[in-house]
Write a protein that binds this ligand. Structure first.
Ligand SMILES: NC(=O)c1ccc[n+]([C@@H]2O[C@H](COP(=O)([O-])OP(=O)(O)OC[C@H]3O[C@@H](n4cnc5c(N)ncnc54)[C@H](OP(=O)(O)O)[C@@H]3O)[C@@H](O)[C@H]2O)c1
Length: 337
């Protein structure tokens, strides 16, 4: 496994991170009729990750692991599952990232980036994860009604009391990121070491919006949905297969059914000619962009089985020439969002 420093910090994270928005699903349903997470298969995936030197795990207070969108009865489940699984490992062998900001309760202050909400949610996340601290705490979504200095001070206070070691953001606008980073300089506070953003072959928006900021502030990019939620695989070429994410994630199903998938078919052919799978190609492409873009990019891999993790990890061994990268990008550019 290759490791990179997270931004300008000394924290070393594996070149690939394991996500937990969606986890392997079991066939059993809970009392609300919602499919449960397959904890045994999740244990297997985490053991494979650990055995391959993958030390970086991403979660969020809102994630369930087998449901999307998530209702109030199911929030926090992914953190609970991770807490159960990770208690069998040495805490110090993992780098755990979680997030705050999304809605966790129906009442006032049940969401957002106020000091009250952040302090409430770090307590709840640590309980669910069975941890004393998280390595990386990320703002999940913007909160236009809370002054950024209040949020930044609250996050820095969590660092001071040892509940959090490093901070980052996700899904903020470039202007919001700059505002936080300039405040951190002005008030001599810790700024972000990472930004977590969607990045894959069919959504490359960050290349002109946020990558320049990553270069300026030395952020590591945590690239989420590297397979565009599974679209960058062969599975949707003949409809929506049983058990796939599009069967239960309503927003994603709409994306899949609206798409013209001819470019995916071509990418799949290209991968076959190279003797690899399309998911491997898509992840290897992201890894290769580090060189062109001059920033560290850590793809966050989501898997619904331990087998997918084994397959996707092989992307680390694949190298793409500049010609191959150009050809892949040309094919992918025909697929518009
Ligand atoms: N900050 C944010 O707002 C944000 C948003 C989204 C995600 N994230 C983070 O990023 C992580 C990854 O996102 P993502 O789950 O959307 O990533 P992704 O890699 O784009 O999609 C993962 C899904 O693709 C399918 N897949 C994976 N490997 C495959 C393979 N080898 N062959 C066929 N299908 C395969 C699986 O779905 P099936 O169920 O269809 O098998 C899997 O759940 C999340 O877990 C979360 O930690 C953060």
């Amino acid at each position: 496994m290759k490791y990179v420093n997270l931004g300008n910090s000394g924290l070393k994270v594996s070149q690939i991170c394991l996500g937990s928005w969606h986890l392997p699903r079991s066939n059993e349903r809970d009392e609300y009729g919602v499919l449960k997470v397959d904890v045994e298969e999740t244990k297997k995936a985490i053991k494979i990750a650990f055995d391959h030197g993958m030390n970086f795990i991403d979660t969020a207070n809102r994630y369930h692991g087998a449901m999307s969108p998530v209702d109030f009865n199911h929030l926090g489940n992914a953190e609970k599952v991770l807490g159960e699984v990770l208690k069998d490992y040495d805490r110090e062998s993992f780098v755990i990232a979680t997030k705050v900001g999304g809605q966790m309760a129906p009442w006032m202050n049940g969401q957002g980036l106020s000091r009250k909400h952040i302090f409430w949610q770090i307590r709840e996340s640590l309980k669910r994860l069975k941890l004393e601290y998280v390595d990386v705490y990320l703002i999940h979504v913007p909160d236009k009604e809370t002054p950024p200095l209040e949020t930044l001070t609250a996050l820095n206070d969590l660092i001071k009391i040892g509940k959090v070691h490093y901070i980052g953001s996700s899904n903020l606008s470039p202007e919001e990121i700059v505002s936080f980073m300039e405040l951190s300089k002005e008030y001599k506070l810790n700024g972000f070491v990472t930004i977590q953003e969607v990045y894959n072959l069919i959504n490359r928006t960050i290349e002109f919006s946020k990558i320049p900021l990553a270069r300026k502030y030395n952020f590591t990019i945590m690239a989420y949905s590297p397979l565009a939620q599974g679209l960058l695989s062969e599975k949707y070429l003949k409809g929506i297969p049983e058990g796939s994410r599009a069967t239960y994630s309503t927003g994603f199903r709409e994306t899949v059914t609206k798409r013209d998938l001819r470019a995916i078919e071509e990418l799949s052919e290209f991968a076959k000619e190279k003797g690899i799978s399309l998911p491997q190609l898509a992840i290897a492409w992201i890894l290769s962009k580090q060189r062109n873009l001059g920033v560290n990019i850590v793809p966050i891999i989501g898997v619904s089985s331990s087998q997918q993790l084994v397959e996707n990890l092989q992307a680390l061994e694949i190298s793409l020439s500049e010609d191959e990268i150009r050809r892949i990008e040309e094919i992918a550019s025909r697929m518009k969002l």
